[in-house]
Design a protein around this ligand. Structure first.
Ligand SMILES: Nc1ncnc2c1ncn2[C@@H]1O[C@H](COP(=O)(O)OP(=O)(O)OP(=O)(O)O)[C@@H](O)[C@H]1O
Length: 851
């Protein structure tokens, strides 16, 4: 299209956008005139014509800056309302006739239109993305969905060239000022699909660094609220730390969603943290087995063995209850439903009933009232009996006693914890309950105990959004599941960035605990919008090492040679060099206020010196630079992003444990523009340092030839060779990753797959028979390659020996010769499935996933 044509399209769009702003202005004026004509104390509530529209979006240029209200235009082929052109934006706007001038992006119609593709066109002819600065239309970009061919038929538009989305790239390149922005204008189809996912239960969104998990989670909140799934008070958003909440605090209000609580995970469990536990104790206290120990500890407080024959003098009468009867009442209450204190009440009530019968028989009093019952219960000997046999206790008392008393712990942990684990938990008792040095793990145990004792949940929500959820412990997950009995949750995380005390290789351990009756399902985001390609490549091997089952994102950003600098430096010069480089980066793009962060190892001994020197340098040489240089330990940067990042001393990130390496991975993946790595000792092997053990290059290793399979003395020899070949394939990290993703799907669909049998990667039995799966991460693109792979499944089925009903070849991406998939099915009865950006596709994919 010529420039003239483009300009005239822009001019037409400008008229349409002007009309929408006119409608907003009219509404605004109407409200203002109503206000001025009403009593001065007239409440404002409900008066705003666009309560979901933050002021900055509804204003015209000159007043409201560059925030656009209108973001897209959709042309339909057919519409029941007889209107073929619609505009989508950040709010619902109506004209004088009350017709829709602008459809909010969260409406079901707008979502369906934006999700339309030539394959699933939903009546959409063309999607036009508008690029506006406030109310001024700057540019547009069209995606044809359906076209009319020469014979006048409507047909899917031919696949567009895979061109980069220029609006998206421009957006990604904007400076980061320390606050997250919304992505309404440039949200990608695969992200919007998850935002608008209406399946019930837990939605787990796994994605590598910068794939937009947080953005998707927050937009999903607005989408769910706008579509009346929940009210703001029913939703809780949980983040990893305060800096993160600060970072995302503007997003929901800007999206028009107010009143949703956001909370730092550390503050979820009430109580003062006065102590910390050694790692070994933390691991046990946060493990799900601890729930059983606590349950036993509570139940063990009931002491039927302390029951004896009892005689009381009450109002001049002698009432008795013998031991056998007392034990019977204890056991009846023990076996009843309800929490400890509810059953205690039942025990007391049934015992009082028994004693009252004695009393009425002894005194011949016919009528007894509640007053007499209460009097009897409060009689000191009677209440002493109750407190001895079924004491009233608090959560704090139970935990304090459990952790200090070896015998009680041994009784509660019998068959659950080993003797060593029990010994790890024991600690001296503080003088008073109020002085106990509760650790963060203790606070979660206390909440579990409160629930066991009272049966009450402190909080109740209809939907939870949990960011950085990979760091949850199983005990925390239990607690959250209780707070959200509907089991409706959005779980955002990346297993490779897990830096919590508990590390998971697959999501099911956590998801199973969080989910309720509706279960859970998992989706993956595979495109990275933050980290430049060079930096992602540099961090990739480390990411694969710390979490073989997760995929490294493909960067949406174009390559830039300046994006990565790795500098070896003497130890004495590290701090001075860091300060000077951070300063240079802060001044680099002096037209834009770029953010800079210096990320250090967690226990960096020079942290305060470094912070001090950077502050001093900023004050003396950067007075005009608005953007501060942030210095922080890497784990505090979780979920955050900065334009330029300097990572110091990777070798100090404790290579010996996976947590140190995961923290390093988090640190390396925070930048949008450039990463500088300064090191005074050799880098870890995963970052190109000297190999401490041989590093397997995933790509080359995957292409390694399989052992020859030509000549075998007998079937057993053939089986042995097949087994060896299957074992060799499994050594690839990419292989494990693909397998875990598929296994997560199967678990999510209530299947219990058998992994790594001698000849297959997965064997899964369901009502529809037995499926055998072989995974290949080699390049299987052509018909010939598919034909080479398919017989392997037949061999595996033969060697396995059991009745197999279905054979699945699992690939990491769609084969190029797509047509051949069908031929392979006919020839070998092998169905080929493959991983896509957002899920799985292929022949009989539903059956393969156990759906
Ligand atoms: N469709 C999009 N358009 C524009 N920017 C996007 C888009 N998707 C993500 N981004 C941007 O990419 C950056 C990373 O997004 P986000 O923080 O949500 O990723 P994440 O997956 O939560 O990352 P991490 O796991 O590292 O915390 C943010 O600046 C976000 O605004």
């Amino acid at each position: 299209m010529s420039t003239v044509d483009r300009n005239s399209v822009i001019a037409d769009e400008q008229l349409a956008v002007n009309h929408i702003y006119d409608c907003v202005d009219q509404d605004q004026k109407a409200v203002e005139s109503f206000r001025s004509s009403s009593l001065s104390d007239c409440p404002d509530a409900g008066l705003s014509p666009h309560p979901d529209l933050p002021r900055e979006y509804g204003r015209r240029e000159g007043h409201g800056g560059h925030h656009p209200l209108v973001i897209a235009r959709i042309d339909l082929l057919d519409d029941p309302d007889d209107r073929l052109t619609w505009y989508i934006g950040r709010a619902t706007v109506r004209d004088r006739q009350s017709d829709l001038a602008l459809v909010k992006w969260t409406s079901k119609a707008a979502t369906a239109w934006r999700l339309a593709t030539p394959d699933q066109p939903a009546d959409v002819r063309r999607q036009r993305q508008l690029r506006c600065s406030g109310s001024q239309v700057l540019d547009y970009s069209d995606t044809e969905i359906q076209v009319i061919n020469a014979s006048g038929e409507t047909v899917p538009a031919p696949a567009a060239e895979d061109e980069p989305d220029l609006f998206l790239l421009a957006d990604l390149d904007l400076a980061r000022d320390g606050a997250m922005r919304d992505i309404v204008e440039t949200i990608q189809r695969h992200q919007l699909r998850l935002v608008a996912d209406e399946r019930k239960g837990v939605l787990v969104i796994q994605g590598g660094p910068g794939t937009g998990k947080t953005a998707v989670g927050l937009h999903r909140v607005t989408w769910l609220l706008d579509n009346q799934h929940f009210t703001p008070e029913q939703v809780l958003v949980i983040g990893p730390h305060k800096a993160f909440l600060h970072y995302v605090r503007d997003v929901l209000p800007r999206l028009g969603s107010r009143g949703v609580a956001t909370v730092d995970i550390a503050e979820l469990w009430p109580g003062d943290i006065r102590g910390t536990d050694p790692v070994t104790a933390r691991l046990i206290k946060s493990d799900e087995r601890m729930a059983r120990v606590l349950h036993n500890a509570v139940e063990n407080r009931v002491r039927g063995d302390l029951a004896t024959d009892e005689t009381f003098n009450f109002r001049g009468a002698r009432v008795e209850i013998d031991k056998t009867e007392l034990v019977r009442l204890v056991e009846a209450a023990r076996g009843a439903k309800g929490s400890y204190l509810i059953r205690r009440r039942r025990f007391i009530d049934t015992t009082i009933d028994w004693l009252m019968t004695q009393y009425t028989e002894a005194t011949r009093v016919k009528k007894t009232d509640d007053g007499i019952r209460t009097q009897l219960e409060k009689t000191s000997a009677v209440s002493a009996l109750f407190n001895r046999v079924w004491p009233s206790v608090s959560a704090e008392q139970v935990l304090r006693h459990l952790l200090a008393d070896r015998d009680s712990l041994a009784a509660a942990a019998f068959g659950v914890l080993t003797l060593d684990e029990q010994a790890t938990l024991v600690r001296p008792q503080a003088r008073r309950v109020g002085d106990e040095p509760w650790s963060p793990e203790d606070l979660v145990c206390l909440e579990e105990l409160r629930w066991l004792l009272t049966g009450d949940n402190e909080r109740r929500y209809q939907h939870l959004v949990i960011d950085e959820a990979q760091d949850l412990t199983p005990m925390q997950a239990r607690s959250l599941a209780r707070w959200c009995p509907s089991g409706s949750m959005t779980i955002l995380g990346d297993l490779a960035q897990s830096t919590g005390i508990r590390q998971y290789d697959v999501w099911e351990r956590l998801a199973d605990v969080l989910a309720a009756a509706e279960g859970w399902h998992i989706a993956e985001l595979g495109v990275g919008y933050r980290v430049p390609a060079e930096v992602m490549k540099f961090a990739a091997m480390l990411g694969t090492k710390v979490s073989p089952s997760t995929a490294i994102p493909v960067s949406a950003r174009p390559s830039s040679p300046d994006a990565l600098e790795v500098v070896a430096i003497s130890r004495q010069r590290v701090i001075a060099e860091t300060v000077s480089r951070a300063q240079r980066l802060a001044m680099k793009d002096n037209d834009q206020a770029r953010s800079v962060a210096v990320l250090t190892p967690s226990k960096y001994e020079f942290l305060s010196e470094l912070t001090h020197r950077i502050t001093a340098a900023q004050e003396s040489t950067l007075p005009g630079i608005g953007q501060q240089i942030t210095v922080m330990p890497a784990h505090m940067a979780k979920g955050l992003e900065f334009d330029h990042v300097v990572v110091m001393e990777p070798h100090l990130f404790d290579e010996s444990d996976r947590m140190g390496l995961r923290r390093l991975y988090v640190a390396l993946t925070r930048c949008t523009q450039s990463l500088t790595v300064l090191h005074s000792s050799p880098l870890p092997a995963e970052l190109g340092g000297p190999n401490k053990k041989p590093v397997v290059n995933a790509e080359t290793a995957e292409a390694a030839p399989s052992p020859a399979l030509e000549r075998f003395g007998d079937g057993d020899g053939f089986r042995a060779a097949l087994k060896e070949r299957t074992g060799v394939d499994r050594k690839q990290a990419a292989h494990a990753r693909l397998k875990h993703m598929l296994v997560a799907e199967l678990y999510g669909n209530d299947r219990v797959p058998q992994l790594d049998t001698d000849f297959a990667d997965i064997v899964c039995e369901g009502e529809d028979g037995v499926g055998l799966y072989l995974i290949s991460t080699q390049l299987v693109d052509t018909y010939t390659e598919l034909r080479t792979m398919a017989p392997r499944l037949l061999e595996a089925a033969w060697a396995d020996g059991r009745e197999v009903d279905r054979l699945f070849l699992v690939l990491s991406r769609q084969p190029q010769d797509l047509w051949a998939v069908d031929v392979i099915k006919r020839l070998y009865d092998v169905a080929t499935i493959w991983k896509t950006e957002t899920g799985w596709a292929g022949l009989s994919v539903d059956t393969a996933l156990g759906q």
